[in-house]
Ligand binder design. Structure first.
Ligand SMILES: O=C(C[C@@H]1CCCCN1)Cn1cnc2cc(Cl)c(F)cc2c1=O
Ligand SMILES: [Mg+2]
Length: 569
């Protein structure tokens, strides 16, 4: 491709709205342009990168035996009403009525559509398992789209759905997809980690997220440096402390804490460590008051509480609700004598006594509290967020915390959609059974952004070769010189013929502009043909990742190049 006839409008500065590096560089390298909030046009360079990702995804999905289909973007509300999700999702689901006043939505995902397809087509166990996938544009009306392709409202997803006749089959499908994802992210040249994840509202029994490791990732993941354990912080489980010898504890007694609310303030006022204080957090779970207790120096993991309660909506109680529930202002809530809410405590509080808790009275706390003795705790369970210093539940090593960008998510869905939509088949005994489903997503467009988050430097993007829009930039420094241009065309033709996708910078621009653009766009290989080099019969080379420079002879160029290229790929 000749840059003089291409469309890659590079920018010197990144627009103010771009906050993360991938958003800045996608705009500056002329790869995307915003149409409206969270919605982008992929320019030629950007689309080539997206298509490179999609090609590798398709190859591995096909290799895993999945079959590619293409489902519609427009979906009838009826299917979402059958699955019960029409009323579950809020304004993130973009709804509209068509000319016949039929309620519809723009597909954010396709569980209903694919299950509807299969329930009409598959009737026998002999037709199972089947795994159908698509690469398609999704729409989710994010309230605050940001970070360019990382969190857009319209994005390209590969979504796959597996249907099995029994649980063993469903587990095999899950593993097949899990392994295919590991191959995909490896082939894409990304540093990634699969972590155990919360399945969220989609339901199902378990799931894993594939995270590209990058400091700007929105997710926090907990990873063990010594074994393969990894979990999204939302899901990471803690280990119950060994039950210490429960020292007998005198009866609880009230202690004045005038106007002292927070854990830090109470700890300082009473001259104790925050870890001696119990935090009592009041929530409304689908309208039912619940009190969650965690040690003062810990954070409650709301996902764990929500999953424990099986709640759909979980929110902190308002200050007014706290006063109603505890009879005290915010900051003095405690479990002793609290009858207006069910009480769950983190397992760390099961052992040990002599805790300090809010007294459910203004300006007072209780000390010498033995929770099992003094409070009606429904259960002591794993409720807290994993914290630095916690050890690996599998091998005991100290856990690392890193940030990740979710680029894939695989779910063992189970029967949720096949039951809701009566997707059944006749088993070997002729008995009607529900198909067991799995669903598997990859953020194809998000991967381009995540790749840039993980591969950039001060000069711009440093593309991993598998995703790079082109493999080589061929820079002709003397486009007005007949000889140089003829030589450049010759090299370009030879590279193209050898299958090396090359972007020839034949623009009538100063060398500095050409080098800056080449570094910004970040193709893995830079080849420069200039006056001096030409005279010496060489082409200058640069490995964009290492910055290492070299020379290749013009005589026998292609052979020399193919040898050198191997070290860059
Ligand atoms: O999409 C999934 C699960 C998997 C992910 C892999 C591919 C198949 N689906 C979860 N999810 C996320 N956001 C959503 C947003 C809206 Cl507005 C919605 F209506 C539904 C969903 C929704 O279901
Ligand atoms: Mg996910």
């Amino acid at each position: 491709m000749r840059l003089s006839r291409y469309y890659a409008p590079t920018l010197k500065e990144s627009p103010a709205e771009a906050e993360v590096i991938s958003h800045k560089l996608l705009l500056r390298a002329g790869m995307i342009r915003k149409l409206t909030a969270g919605i982008y046009t992929y320019l030629p360079l950007g689309l080539r990168a997206v298509n490179n990702v999609a090609r590798i995804v398709r190859e591995e999905m096909d290799r895993a035996g999945a079959l590619e289909i293409l489902m519609p973007a427009v979906q009838p509300a009826d299917l979402w009403k059958e699955s019960g999700r029409w009323d579950f999702y809020g304004r993130e689901l973009l709804r509209f009525v068509d000319r016949h006043d039929r309620e519809s939505c723009l597909g954010p995902t396709h569980e209903e559509v694919v299950t509807d397809l299969v329930r009409h087509e598959i009737r026998s166990y002999r037709q199972l398992p089947v795994n159908l996938y698509q690469v398609q544009t999704k729409f989710r009306d994010e309230i605050r789209p940001r970070f360019g392709l990382m969190r857009g409202r319209e994005f390209v997803m590969k979504d796959a759905y597996s249907f099995d006749k029994d649980d063993a089959g469903a587990d095999a499908s899950y593993k097949s997809m899990f392994d295919a994802y590991a191959r995909i992210f490896t082939r894409l040249g990304l540093k990634f980690r699969a972590v155990s994840a919360d399945s969220g509202a989609i339901g199902g029994s378990f799931s894993h997220e594939f995270m590209v490791l990058a400091e700007t990732g929105e997710d926090t993941i907990v990873a063990c440096p010594a074994c393969d354990y990894g979990a999204n912080l939302e899901k990471a489980e803690t280990i119950a402390p060994a039950p210490g010898a429960a020292a007998p504890c005198p009866p609880a007694e009230s202690v004045p804490t005038p106007g002292v609310h927070t854990v830090e303030e109470v700890a300082a006022y009473l001259g104790v460590a925050p870890a001696r204080i119990v935090k009592t957090l009041l929530y409304m779970a689908d309208g039912t008051p619940v009190a969650a207790l965690v040690r003062g120096d810990r954070e409650l993991n709301e996902i764990k509480l929500k999953n424990l309660l099986g709640a759909t909506n979980l929110r902190l109680a308002t200050p007014e609700e706290v006063v109603t529930l505890t009879g005290a202002p915010v900051g003095f809530a405690g479990p002793v004598g609290l009858s207006s809410a069910k009480i769950y405590a983190d397992q760390e509080l099961a052992c040990g006594t002599d805790w300090i808790v809010g007294a459910n009275a203004a300006d007072a706390h209780l000390r010498q509290v033995d929770l099992a003795r003094d409070a009606r705790v429904v259960d002591f369970v794993d409720l807290r967020q994993v914290a630095p210093g916690d050890t690996c539940p599998k091998c005991g090593a100290a856990l690392d915390f890193t940030k990740g960008i979710e680029v894939g998510h695989v779910f063992k869905l189970g029967l949720k959609y096949s039951k809701a939509l009566s997707a059944t088949f006749l088993d070997e005994a002729g008995k009607e059974q529900f198909m067991i489903m799995g669903c598997y997503g990859i953020g194809v467009s998000r991967i381009v952004a995540a790749c840039i988050e993980q591969n950039n430097d001060a000069s711009g993007i440093v593309f991993p070769p598998p995703i790079a829009p082109f493999e080589a930039a061929l820079i002709n420094l003397s486009p007005k010189d007949e000889t140089a241009s003829a030589k450049a065309d010759e090299i370009y033709a030879a590279l193209t013929k050898a299958g090396v996708e090359t972007l020839l910078d034949d623009r009538d621009e100063r060398p500095g502009v050409k080098f800056k653009d080449a570094d910004l766009i970040g193709l893995p290989i830079q080849l420069t043909l200039g006056g001096k080099g030409l005279a010496r019969g060489i082409v200058e080379t640069k490995d964009r990742r290492t910055g290492e420079k070299g020379e290749l002879p013009l005589e026998g160029f292609l052979e020399a190049f193919m040898g050198w290229r191997e070290q860059v790929r």
